[in-house]
Ligand binder design. Structure first.
Ligand SMILES: [Mn+2]
Length: 432
């Protein structure tokens, strides 16, 4: 039986805007939070005497973290090296350069030949000798279009067609690895990816086909005894047998993770069964206080009341409140700052309700038979703030309308793939 600790999505060095520089150390307090949380993960690996540590990818927010951040990360994993606990560091999307191969920030460990540290930056099988015997780990780093295909191969293809092509390649390459597995030794798949059934924070299913998602059928297979995933920050177990597990991120990276439990996973794996235990970490709270005082006679008192009710002590807080223009002069900003003073950090976002709803244009409501394009034209003519984009917007609308009238259109095929991928990446960055 191999006992392992599985953690993922450390993102060390992110979220500095949620902290401040600690005058005693010169470090951002959020970096200190991330370091202390990672320290507790490694403490547990040592106290449990695990045989193996698996890291599911996304060590840092990007491929070129500053030295102080790299050092803090290395210092913790060095403790595993000293304890002779083998460790597999998988490369996630945040660890890759946007152009090119491999995980720049993690491959240094292989370059240095750190004993017991394996860097998973390609799809391959590693035989790892642990104190409890050998184990096989297939590493599957984040896949991206630009490293998998040359430009001519994908020219003129839609994004979903490219994803299909990627999946075909992955399926074939993974089959090659699976065929070479030794059934007498426990097998683990360690992968940084989005599955087709994973859920993001707000219980929202990510629509299939929106990005590159890997079907569960490719992962939840008897040839694997444990499937260790990274990428999604919300902890979830997608399959019980074999366990297919996202441990989630170890710290809250942003407000989208406000409601999520953070932690890591301890697992015991043999060739015929595996047990999984989620170990929650007590990490700094994020707290959104959202209140609409726009119709209140006593907006200031209501704001202060909402803040006094919320658990904001030592938390990263954002106060979002709606008010009407006539209330502006009744808000005591000094008192709000005072009420927020015992938060770890905070931001205040007032929203004027009159700005939220614009009056309807009479020209648009009077004539219901207007065609969409001229309706847009009228709308844009009334929006000086959009003047710079109006020509582009009208052109884009024309393309969309043509597209809608013509199911298989040339326009869809000539959509620049690079732009589509860039959009996709942006979207994922926002989510993660
Ligand atoms: Mn990721």
């Amino acid at each position: 039986m191999v006992k392992l600790l599985h953690l993922s999505d450390i993102h060390m060095g992110s979220g500095f805007s949620h902290g401040y520089v600690n005058p005693e150390t010169g470090l951002n307090t959020r970096l200190e939070d991330f370091i202390s949380t990672l320290t507790r993960c490694i403490d547990r690996a040592l106290s449990e005497s695990v045989d193996l540590v698996l890291f599911g990818g996304d060590a840092f927010p990007d491929a070129t973290p500053p030295p102080v951040v790299q050092q803090a990360f290395a210092h913790q994993f060095q403790r595993l090296v000293e304890a002779q606990i083998p460790t597999v560091l998988l490369v996630g999307n945040h660890d890759q350069h946007s152009q090119g191969m491999g995980g720049a920030s993690l491959s240094i460990y292989r370059t240095l030949g750190v004993p017991g540290v394996i860097v998973g930056d390609s799809l391959t099988t590693h035989r790892v000798e642990t104190q409890a015997g050998p184990i096989q780990v297939i590493t599957l780093p984040w896949l991206n279009h630009s490293t998998l295909f040359t430009r001519p191969e994908t020219e003129g293809l839609s994004l979903s067609a490219v994803n299909e092509l990627m999946l075909d390649r992955l399926r074939a390459a993974l089959e090659g690895e699976v065929r070479q597995l030794d059934p007498a030794i426990p097998s683990i798949l360690l992968a940084h990816l989005m599955t087709d059934t994973a859920r993001y924070g707000a219980e929202k299913f990510l629509a299939v086909g929106k990005g590159f998602t890997v079907p569960m059928a490719l992962l939840a297979r008897p040839c694997f005894d444990y499937v260790a995933l990274g990428h999604v920050h919300k902890h979830q177990i997608l399959c019980a047998d074999p366990p297919v597990v996202y441990p989630g991120s170890i710290e809250r990276v942003d407000f989208s993770e406000e409601e999520e439990d953070k932690g890591f996973v301890l697992a015991e794996v043999t060739t015929d069964r595996a047990s999984v235990e989620f170990c929650p970490l007590s990490v700094r709270a994020f707290k959104t206080v959202e209140v609409d005082v726009s119709t209140s006679d006593i907006p200031q008192a209501e704001l202060e009341h909402s803040l006094s009710k919320a658990k904001i002590a030592d938390a990263v807080v954002r106060l979002i409140y709606k008010l009407s223009p006539t209330q502006i002069e009744h808000i005591d900003h000094g008192a709000l700052h005072q009420a927020l003073a015992h938060a770890h950090s905070y931001t205040i976002h007032p929203e004027l309700v009159s700005q939220l709803s614009r009056p309807r244009l009479p020209e648009l409501t009077s004539d219901s038979n207007r065609d969409p394009l001229s309706a847009l034209q009228t709308y844009l003519a009334n929006r000086d703030d959009l003047a710079a984009f109006s020509t582009d917007m009208l052109l884009a609308a024309q393309v969309l309308l043509d597209d809608a009238n013509q199911p298989v259109s040339a326009a869809a095929q000539t959509v620049d793939l690079e732009t589509a991928i860039a959009d996709e990446t942006q979207q994922q960055l926002r989510l993660l």
